[in-house]
Design a binder for this molecule. Structure first.
Ligand code: NAD
Length: 318
């Protein structure tokens, strides 16, 4: 597919959606970006602002106010709607609100003939990925949730700071729920192939240090929201990574909320794991070696997600 054929439809243009749109326009990856928002004035204002930005890029993107008909020949649909982050105390409070948004929007996407990949950041993203799959009826691999992508970026930053190195030299992952039960994988964290433990020798209480970093990863969003009402730049660039991998069929390994069918000993839910992302969405899940304690924490995270999904199911049963 060349750039002439790359059409992206964004649904929900708030903090996250408009930041993603800005990142996408700057990247020059898409030929057309259609923006749909229930708040039409906001969508039109973003379109006009982004066209000014687009005009200054190397490879201008046509940004336009979208309609669901644009999904007909879209190459990617991206969901960035959701409950305002200002009210965020626990991402689970958003389940029913976000599920209703899915019920309101996804049938219109599908009715217009769309059968491509749906990428989403809408929280709680693991539960909502499953809701999108159920409502759309699309194959599991076509629903790509942002999962623990941002959590992983945060883990990498803390380790790079501790070791004083470039984040690009850190290999570290967070799996499980994008939320309170996320699991930072200390057992396979490495700096250029060297186990992280080798760098933590001068720390008095290593277990306490690890627990504190894991907690900081979970807490960072709340700290940013306290300061300015939303987190949006980080997730925008995470979504751009997925977009590039899907539109260019990069087969890139990205932390994704992917559908588990027995991987990591769990099945029937979407959650954060490393996955190969390409033109077919989530093409393969990679199973890393993790410690017994990490497996137990992951199992608990999956149980929590299954429990939480029941709230979404109530909306689907209404
Ligand atoms: N996955 C992640 O890592 C991550 C990170 C940050 C935020 N988020 C999530 O992203 C979502 C959006 O956050 P935000 O700060 O941009 O919120 P926001 O309130 O600024 O924007 C939401 C937008 O969605 C629109 N909208 C609502 N219902 C709609 C519908 N039915 N159809 C079309 N548009 C609709 C609203 O008008 C608004 O413009 C939230 O669920 C938030 O928790 C996820």
């Amino acid at each position: 597919m060349n750039k002439l054929g790359r059409k992206v439809v964004l649904i929900g243009s708030g903090f996250v959606g408009s930041s993603y749109a800005f990142a996408l326009v700057n990247s020059g990856l898409a030929s057309t970006l259609s923006i749909i928002d229930i708040d039409k004035d906001k969508a039109i204002a973003d379109v006009n602002d982004l066209m000014d930005a687009s005009c200054k890029t190397q490879s201008p993107t046509l940004v336009k106010e979208g309609s669901y008909e644009d999904c007909k020949d879209a190459d990617l649909v991206v969901l960035c709607y959701g409950n305002s982050q200002k009210n965020l105390t626990n991402r689970l409070n958003d389940i029913k609100i976000a599920s209703r948004m899915v019920v309101d929007t996804i049938p219109k996407v599908i009715e217009n003939g769309y059968d491509g990949i749906i990428l989403l950041a809408t929280n709680p993203v693991d539960v909502i990925s499953k809701v999108v799959q159920k409502v759309s009826g699309l194959p599991y691999n076509k629903i790509v949730g942002s999962g623990t992508n941002l959590d992983t970026a945060r883990f990498i930053q803390y380790l790079a700071k501790e070791v004083t190195c470039n984040p690009k030299d850190v290999e570290a992952y967070v799996i499980g729920e994008h939320g309170n039960s996320s699991v930072a994988l200390w057992s396979n964290a490495r700096i250029k192939g060297i186990s992280i433990d080798k760098f933590l020798d001068n720390i008095d209480n290593e277990d306490k240090f690890k627990e504190e970093v894991s907690e900081k990863i979970r807490d960072k969003a709340f700290q940013i929201i306290k300061g300015k009402g939303a987190t949006h730049f980080g997730i925008a660039n995470c979504l751009l990574d997925f977009t590039r991998a899907i539109l260019l069929d990069e087969k890139k390994i990205i932390m994704t909320s992917a559908y588990l069918d027995g991987e990591y000993n769990n099945k029937g839910l979407y959650t954060g794991v490393p996955a190969v992302i390409g033109a077919n969405g989530c093409e393969k899940i990679l199973e890393m070696d993790i410690s017994k304690k990490e497996q137990e924490m992951f199992d608990k995270s999956c149980k929590d997600l299954e429990e939480n999904y029941k709230l979404a199911q109530e909306v689907l049963d209404e």
